[in-house]
Design a protein around this ligand. Structure first.
Ligand code: SF4
Length: 387
C-alpha cells in the first residue's frame, strides 16, 4: 500500500487494528483516569512541545491547586506562572489562565473546534484534540507524531519545506482516517502510536499494530521518513550580568506585553545596563537551544558601583531580589538552575544576608563539579565572591 487512497480504502481494518492495540497498550496517564474536559485541556496545553515524563509532576501539582476551570480562573496570574515555572513556553500558562476565565464567563460553553479556536492559546491541533476527546467531534489531530506515521504508512517521499507544510499535506488524509470511528479514541491512539512505537529513530515495526498497512516498512527504510528540509541553525551569544548588592541579586522582569517572558525573571543582559564586561569577570558559560537558535550565554560578575546603582534605579524592568526571597519570584527554568548553581548548595546565612560567607573557592568547586554534567558548565574559575 503506497498511497493515501489505498489506505483510506481499508480504513475500517486500519481503525480496528489501531484501536484494539490502544485499548490494551495505552499508558496509564493521570488525564486519562476519570477524564474530564478540564483535565484534557490542561494536559493538552502542558504537552505542547513537552514530553509526558516532564509534564507528569506539573500536572499533578496543577490539579491539586487548580482542580477546575473556576479555581484556575480565580487564581492570581503570578501564582499561575509560579506553578508553571520550569515547564517553559510560558505563553501557554498565560493563555490557559485566560482561557479558564473566558470559559467561566461564557454563557454558552464552547463545543465545536471552531468555537474552541476562539479561545486564547487554541490552534487547530489543540481544538481537534480537546473536542474529539471531550465531545466526540470528528476532528483529526495532526502534529509531528501523526505526520511521521502517515508519511510512513503511505511511503510519502516528497521533501517538505517545514513541519507546517507537512501538517497541511497530511491533514486531509488524517481527516479521512478518523471518519466513522470514535474520534477521541482514534486521535489518542495515533498519538500513542507515535509516542511509543513509531519512533523517529528505530521504530518498533515488528510489534507495530498497523505494520500490515505500512508501505515504508515494506520498502525497508521507514526511518528516512518524513523528509523535511533541514533547519537552518543560528548561533547567538548573550552576555549576562551577575550583580549582588547587600544580599540582593539583580534580576530583570520580562515586560507584561512580551511574547515569551512576560512577568518572568531572568539574570539581566549586559545591554540592559549598557555594560561590556571584561573577560576576566566571567563566572560561567552556558549553552542552550531555543527553537532554531543555539545560544551561548556568558555570565559575568559585575560590581554594584554607585553609577550602576543609579542606572538600575532608573529602569523599571530591573529589580533587586533578596537572596532569601528567590524562591518567591518566578524564574525561567534555566535561570533558576544557573542561579542555584552559582549560589552553590551551602545553606545561605540566616538573618544576615548582607555578609557573604561563601567564597570564590567554594563556588569554583561547585562549578567544576557541574562541568562534568550535561548541563553545559565549562570549568571557568570565578575570581571573586559571587554573593
Ligand atoms: Fe511506524 Fe513501523 Fe508501524 Fe510503519 S510499521 S507505522 S514505520 S512503527
Amino acid at each position: 500500500m503506497a498511497n493515501p487512497e489505498k489506505l483510506i480504502s481499508v480504513r475500517s481494518a486500519f481503525q480496528a487494528a489501531l484501536h484494539g492495540w490502544y485499548a490494551v497498550h495505552q499508558r496509564k496517564l493521570p488525564w486519562r483516569e476519570a477524564p474530564s474536559l478540564y483535565k484534557t485541556v490542561v494536559s493538552e496545553f502542558m504537552l505542547q512541545q513537552t514530553q509526558v515524563v516532564t509534564v507528569l509532576p506539573y500536572f499533578d501539582r496543577w490539579l491539586r491547586e487548580f482542580p477546575d476551570f473556576p479555581a484556575l480562573a480565580a487564581a492570581p496570574e503570578a501564582r499561575v506562572m509560579k506553578l508553571w515555572e520550569g515547564l517553559g513556553y510560558y505563553s501557554r500558562a498565560r493563555n490557559l489562565h485566560k482561557l479558564a476565565q473566558a470559559w467561566v464567563a461564557a454563557a454558552l460553553k464552547p463545543r465545536t473546534p471552531a468555537e474552541w479556536r476562539e479561545l486564547p492559546g487554541i490552534g487547530p491541533y489543540t481544538a481537534a484534540a480537546i473536542t474529539s476527546i471531550s465531545f466526540d467531534e470528528p476532528a483529526a489531530v495532526v502534529d509531528g507524531n501523526v505526520v511521521r506515521i502517515l508519511a510512513r504508512l503511505t511511503d510519502e517521499r516528497r521533501q517538505f519545506r517545514d513541519g507546517t507544510e507537512a501538517v497541511k499535506h497530511f491533514t486531509p488524509l488524517a481527516d479521512e482516517l478518523i471518519h466513522g470511528s470514535h474520534p477521541g479514541t482514534h486521535n489518542q491512539a495515533m498519538m500513542e502510536l507515535g509516542a511509543t512505537v513509531c519512533f523517529r529513530q528505530k521504530p518498533l515495526c515488528l510489534t507495530c499494530p498497523v505494520s500490515a498497512f505500512c508501505a515504508a516498512r515494506r520498502a525497508g527504510d521507514p526511518e528516512n521518513l518524513p523528509r523535511l528540509k533541514p533547519k537552518v541553525i543560528e548561533q547567538k551569544t548573550v552576555t549576562r550580568v551577575w550583580c549582588v548588592d547587600a544580599g540582593r541579586l539583580l534580576l530583570r522582569r520580562g515586560p507584561a506585553a512580551a511574547k515569551r517572558l512576560a512577568g518572568l525573571h531572568e539574570l539581566p543582559e549586559a545591554v540592559d545596563l549598557d555594560l561590556k564586561p571584561a573577560g576576566d569577570s566571567l563566572l560561567a558559560t552556558k549553552r542552550r537551544a531555543i527553537t532554531r537558535f543555539q545560544i551561548v550565554e556568558a555570565i559575568h560578575a559585575v560590581a554594584p558601583t554607585p553609577a550602576l546603582r543609579s542606572r538600575i534605579a532608573a529602569r523599571d524592568s530591573l529589580e533587586w531580589v533578596a537572596l532569601t526571597e528567590l524562591d518567591h519570584v518566578t524564574l525561567s527554568g534555566p535561570h533558576r538552575r544557573w542561579i542555584q548553581e552559582l549560589l552553590g548548595s551551602v545553606p545561605r546565612p540566616a538573618g544576615r544576608p548582607d555578609e557573604p560567607t561563601r567564597t570564590a573557592t567554594a563556588s569554583r568547586s561547585s562549578c567544576e563539579r557541574k562541568s562534568n554534567g550535561s548541563n553545559g558548565w565549562w570549568p571557568h574559575t570565578p575570581r571573586r565572591r559571587i554573593w
